[in-house]
Design a protein around this ligand. Structure first.
Ligand code: FUB
Length: 360
């Protein structure tokens, strides 16, 4: 019979051997896993041969078109004004059906063919009226001030011909053109920080105006009805009120709820849904109103933060189902080289939106 000491030694040796065996049976951890960041994405990039962002989706003649920014690695250093988002052209994506093959239709508009443009082609949108397609885009003018331009084509995929000047009275970024049931079109727009909206008060530009202080009322998004020819504003630009359940405007410190950029409007069951990004807190939120000018009452989150700093959405109905188009940085891991994605969006019976997580 072995003595107590030799039994303990044998047991210790056996335990060590088992531990070593079990450690060796594990696959090595990736860098991300070591950081505890194992991710399973909700959906996959629509295309991977180019970087795309800020997807504005539309259904024209039964086909799905996505109007994204075209992210490019130009080497422009990163700063708080978004100088690294230094895009030069637009490519339009199309699909015959949800989940179908995605076609890149090539260059639809190049910055060198926009007479008034300086730099940085940011998030575009598009509209269709009277047999013509209209592309709306923000770009800095030659003085470095963001304005919004229009371009026309006979085809939804372009090529688009830009107007010689920016839309008169337009400013800032992220146009969204919404067609109401009576045939009127409205442009929603604006974005703070690098999008310069904080510099505009009463439609006057003041380059010295900085970001709002935490206690101040947050900068409000803007809207203007479009002229019949779709190329100008038909009225002075107005502010849109996004309010809490008591009708109060948000202050800058309410930065999980206040508007930052990425306006997108849609209408469902007679209600106007104003959706937007909260920027530095990275949510896509929604607020509901009874008419195109608001006020819009904050209702909640549509999309939780994605991988990457920016979060930018569009929401569109295709054959009776609703879809959220968004982006993240799955392909590059770099904040300015993004990829567009889509997923189904569901409503509750009271019209509220079921929150979407970018990860499973
Ligand atoms: O793509 C450049 C800017 O990043 C957009 O205009 C913003 O909405 C943000 O996504």
């Amino acid at each position: 019979m072995p003595n107590m000491e030799s039994t303990k030694t044998l047991l210790a040796l056996a335990t060590s051997a088992l531990l070593i065996a079990s450690c060796n049976s594990q696959p090595p951890q990736t860098k991300e896993e070591k950081k505890g960041n194992k991710k399973e994405y909700l959906s996959q990039p629509l295309v991977s041969h180019i970087y795309t962002a800020d997807p504005s989706a539309h259904v024209f003649n039964g086909k799905i078109y996505v109007y994204p920014s075209h992210d490019t690695a130009t080497g422009t250093p990163e700063d708080d004004l978004g100088s690294h988002f230094n895009m030069m052209d637009y490519h339009i994506l199309s699909m015959d059906s949800i989940g179908g093959k995605v076609t890149d239709n090539g260059v639809a508009l190049d910055i060198k063919n926009i007479p008034w443009a300086g730099r940085q082609l940011w998030a575009p949108d598009a509209a269709f009226k009277g047999g013509k397609y209209y592309l709306y885009f923000p770009v800095k003018n030659k003085q470095g001030v963001f304005q919004i331009g229009a371009a026309i084509s006979d085809k939804p995929t372009g090529p688009f011909v830009a107007e010689k000047e920016a839309i008169k009275g337009s400013y800032s970024i992220d146009p969204c053109v919404f067609k109401d049931d009576n045939g009127d079109y409205y442009m929603y727009f604006g974005g703070i920080w690098g999008g310069q909206l904080q510099r505009w008060n009463n439609n006057q530009y003041d380059s010295t105006k900085g970001n709002r202080k935490p206690e101040e009322i947050a900068v409000l998004p803007r809207v203007a009805k479009l002229s019949k020819d779709m190329l100008q504003f038909a009225e002075p630009v107005k502010e849109i009120k996004v309010v809490d359940g008591k009708g109060n405007l948000f202050t800058e410190k309410d930065n999980t709820k206040r508007f930052f950029e990425a306006a997108w409007m849609f209408k469902k069951d007679g209600k106007y849904y104003f959706t937007y990004s909260t920027g530095d807190t990275h949510f896509i939120n929604y607020a509901i109103g009874n008419n195109p000018y608001g006020p819009f009452t904050y209702k909640g989150v549509v999309l939780n933060p994605v991988e990457g700093w920016t979060n930018h959405q569009s929401i569109v109905e295709v054959n009776g189902k609703w879809y959220l188009f968004y982006h993240d940085v799955q392909l590059s891991g770099k904040t300015h080289l993004r990829n567009v994605k889509m997923t189904e969006l569901k409503f509750n019976s009271d019209g509220s939106i079921q929150v979407i997580n970018a990860y499973k």
